[in-house]
Design a protein around this ligand. Structure first.
Ligand code: EPZ
Length: 417
């Protein structure tokens, strides 16, 4: 079992390149299924979740090869419509393949995606939306058996919650459906815009992405295209957190400040000076951090739930008391207990966490509880007095490309053992 060993009390400085976005690459890889001709995704991150998605594509009969930072997908021999249990279990978000396989093949059989560390991860909204489009879905023996008895038809679907995955699944199923689909109260995340831009470049007709209502006009078929995956805004926020927690200054490269419009003000409230221009963000966090009155995680464009653990780690070092309210997932404070083992002063009451600032973290043996919680522990380890060992780092590798290599480039002292 691999672990990260971090010698603390480090300052970081220099330039960090942000890799392509995991939460865009995954739906984009699923979207390639809809195209009759090959697609090339550039700036595709080397992450275990991306490898898992490529394995699913290969299992379905596609040719999926990586060439440096690009992944090429050829769906000419796409024959299978079933995703077996062990592949579904590897990556919870593989539910996004459902809409694409149905759109292209009209049939799909996949096992219920396992829960994950953030809670049960229900898919009731995915199922209800696809049924409204004419999909028959039988849930039995842990499998979803989906078919289209008559036709996949466009329709108006109102979401009770702007679910990212549900919005993506509907978009993917609607591209080749008959007629127009409207998604009301759609997710507005930048990854949704990236997916729509990719599909339109392949020949789809999608409008309104990034707003609350998305229109998809069904077309007969689409091809593939060459596309650059957007930068990972959560990895960028993680690096900003690393500068904040170590009172350092760094420059981020290959990042879109617009995607962080609700994150940057929070770090500025902590006392960081942040300048952004073209595809760079410069962070000066040399002053001691101040607490932040309240952070509430919300759907985009609100403060992202994926940055909650990162902000919590930085706020542990801030003077005063901060309040964090997690509104998106019901079980996303598990990293708090591990931060407390490092000396943090955090009280969790349901979806509210109260963070009292401390002088410093102490190195300890801790365990990554989930992807972003694990990243938060890395940040705390950078700043801690002494050495920190983090186990269960497979969670971190799902969303961060060799996190230790990138941070060591700017002065961190992290070893993977
Ligand atoms: C996506 O998950 C991201 N994953 C998550 O990132 C991110 O935290 C989340 O969006 C919110 O921004 C990918 O893009 C691969 P949702 P997703 O559907 O699509 C409930 C990370 O760290 N819900 O918007 O699963 C659900 O339980 C990961 O990179 C239902 O109840 O998020 C959750 O409480 C973690 N029924 C809330 O909605 C449904 O049918 C948000 O879920 C679907 C969702």
């Amino acid at each position: 079992m691999q672990r990260l060993v971090i010698d603390g009390n480090t300052k970081i400085s220099g330039e960090l390149k942000v890799h392509g976005a995991k939460n865009s690459a995954l739906p984009l890889l699923a979207a390639t299924i809809l195209g009759k001709t090959p697609s090339v995704l550039h700036n595709c991150p080397r992450l275990s979740d991306v490898f898992a998605a490529c394995r699913i594509l290969s299992y379905l009969g596609c040719k999926c090869v990586r060439e440096n930072d690009s992944v090429i997908v050829d769906t000419a021999n796409l024959t299978h419509f079933e995703v077996p249990d062990q592949l579904m279990r590897e990556m919870r978000s593989s539910i996004v393949f459902l809409g694409a396989i149905l759109g292209r093949l009209g049939r799909c059989r996949l096992s219920f995606p396992g829960g994950c560390e953030l809670g049960p991860r229900p898919i009731d909204m995915h199922i209800s939306a696809l049924r409204q489009m004419g999909v028959s879905i039988k849930e039995e023996y842990g499998y979803l058996d989906c078919s289209i008895p008559k036709e996949l038809k466009g329709t108006a679907i109102s979401l009770s919650f702007p679910s990212v995955g549900t919005t993506e699944n509907i978009m993917l199923a609607a591209v080749l459906a008959n007629g127009e689909t409207q998604i009301r109260n759609a997710a507005r995340e930048p990854e949704i815009i990236d997916l729509a831009n990719f599909l339109n470049a392949c020949g789809a007709k999608i409008y309104g992405q990034g707003e609350s209502t998305i229109y998809i006009e069904g077309v007969k078929e689409i091809g593939g295209c060459e596309y650059n995956v957007m930068p990972d805004r959560i990895v960028a926020a993680t690096y900003i957190g690393a500068a904040a927690i170590t009172n350092s200054e760094i420059c981020l490269k290959n990042v879109k400040a617009k995607d962080l419009e609700s994150v940057l003000p929070v770090f500025e409230e902590m006392g960081c000076s942040i300048y952004s221009y073209s595809d760079k963000i410069y962070v000066n966090a040399l002053r001691p951090l101040n607490c932040v009155k309240t952070i509430r995680t919300m759907p985009y464009p609100g403060f992202p739930t994926d940055v909650q653990a990162i902000a919590m780690a930085a706020l542990c070092k801030a003077r005063g008391t901060s309040v964090i309210v997690e509104n998106i997932f019901e079980n996303r404070f598990k990293h708090a207990g591990e931060l407390v083992r490092m000396g943090a002063n955090i009280k969790v009451e349901g979806k509210v966490a109260i963070v009292e600032g401390i002088q410093k973290f102490y190195g300890a043996q801790v365990e990554a509880t989930d992807l972003r919680g694990g990243a938060a522990l890395v940040l705390a380890g950078l700043s801690a007095e002494g050495q920190t060992t983090i186990s269960n780092i497979k969670h971190i590798d799902r969303g961060y490309e060799r996190i230790e290599d990138n941070l060591n480039l700017v002065g961190a002292k992290i070893k993977r053992v």
